[in-house]
Design a protein around this ligand. Structure first.
Ligand code: SF4
Length: 392
């Protein structure tokens, strides 16, 4: 056995024995030349946790404003000043209208992420949640990244806990995972220096978990970070998860170069995408789900990722702006039937979940024609908590 194969076998034995991997292990996995062997190892963990299941949900996105005072170099969404071409801010009626026009659809989640608007009053962000809850009390609001929470705290003179408590009272159900980018200060300083630091991002999620919110975590990969910095990012998330247990899902986000200041960098390759999913599954033994966000990854790679560690493909999405303004060539929406077909073709069983991974529907292989976005399917609502002890 070559030294490289020997090292891979040692790491595989650690994975099988449930021993957490360290930074060196993660770097070796990233550099291992046999992508199929890496994918197969990650798939072993994925199937131990989730069997053949691939989760999706029926959701839509609201990006209520793209006005933002920050200047992240990878961002194609933000317009720095109100009044700039393509700058917009939705009124509350327009926000409510997004739900009104979808009356009758069995949507379970709204995902809300915005720019850091310098002038809006605090009431705007509370009222956004209130008007949506008034229209559809049953819907789960996954809203405002830690970067936005940090900005609210600074702008409106509150601490993180106060901000989160007021948002929870207004209807907040969980936090999305955005804004983490890469935690390494060297990279943050260069690509997003004027927003929440790594420590602040982590502290907000720690506070949210303490208040009973579940949250997600992301990692932006493919800009100027090293492999070591990617693995370090995962380890910092793993450490917080060991402390709080509040993360549900890790979502690697591939950098898109169109329309931003890093446009000279190439986008990550498909091989890099798959390696990143596999390494994430193997490093993050204490986070239940790895999501292949089809909008950013592309539908085809999101399907393949279901055999490289991912067990979730996100949702119907609808009206996504952030990555489409960065050149994502994916469709604006996928219907429920499209997601089920994609998952079936990937050799997995489609499972519709709500935001908190309660199972709502499981694919029994019936003809696709009967599956529509607004289909009234029977709920089999039961908690579907993953037993992470299986991989620890
Ligand atoms: S990534 Fe977010 S915080 Fe940064 S410029 Fe874009 S909208 Fe603003």
């Amino acid at each position: 056995m070559t030294p490289r194969a020997d090292r891979f076998a040692t790491i595989a034995a650690k994975v099988d024995a449930g021993v957490p991997l360290d930074l060196d292990d993660g770097v070796v996995l990233y550099r291992h030349p046999d992508l199929c062997a890496l994918g197969s190892l990650a798939n072993r963990v994925r199937e131990r946790l989730h069997g053949d299941r691939t989760y999706f949900n029926v959701n839509f996105h609201i990006n209520a404003t793209n006005v933002c005072h920050a200047d992240c170099k990878f961002c194609s969404f933000a317009r720095l000043q109100p009044g700039m071409p393509q700058a917009y801010t939705m009124g509350l009626d327009e926000i409510r209208g997004k739900l009104v026009e979808r009356r009758g659809q069995r949507i379970t989640e709204i995902h809300i992420v915005n720019g850091l608007h310098p002038d809006l009053p605090w009431s705007y962000f509370l009222d956004t949640l209130r008007v949506l809850k008034a229209e559809r009390p049953d819907i789960h609001l996954k809203a405002y990244t830690a970067v936005e929470i940090h900005d609210f705290a600074r702008r409106y003179g509150k601490d993180y806990e106060q901000v989160l408590r007021e948002l929870i009272d207004a209807g907040l159900g969980s936090l999305p995972g955005g804004g983490a980018e890469i935690f390494a200060p060297r990279v943050r300083q260069k690509i997003c220096r004027d927003k929440a630091s790594a420590e602040e991002w982590l502290e907000i999620h720690r506070t949210a978990h303490r208040l009973g919110l579940r949250t997600n975590a992301t990692m932006l990969y493919g800009t100027i970070e090293t492999i070591e910095e990617r693995v370090d990012h995962m380890l910092r998330l793993r450490a917080l998860q060991a402390e709080t247990g509040g993360f549900q899902t890790f979502i690697p986000l591939a950098f898109h170069p169109d329309g931003n200041d890093l446009g000279k960098l190439p986008a990550p390759t498909g091989i890099d995408d798959l390696r990143t999913y596999a390494v994430a599954r193997l490093m993050l033994h204490n986070i239940a789900h790895i999501k292949a966000y089809w909008v950013m990854l592309g539908v085809k790679t999101a399907q393949i990722a279901q055999s490289f560690g991912a067990d979730d493909i996100d949702g119907t999405v609808q009206e996504e702006k952030i990555y489409h303004m960065a050149g994502a060539e994916t469709p604006q929406t996928l219907a429920r039937v499209d997601l089920v077909r994609l998952i079936r073709e990937a050799g997995r069983q489609a499972v519709e979940r709500d935001t908190l991974y309660n199972v709502l529907w499981e694919d029994d292989g019936a003809p696709l024609e009967g599956i529509r976005v607004d289909a009234s399917v029977p709920y089999s609502r039961h908690a579907n908590r993953v037993n992470l002890a299986q991989v620890q």
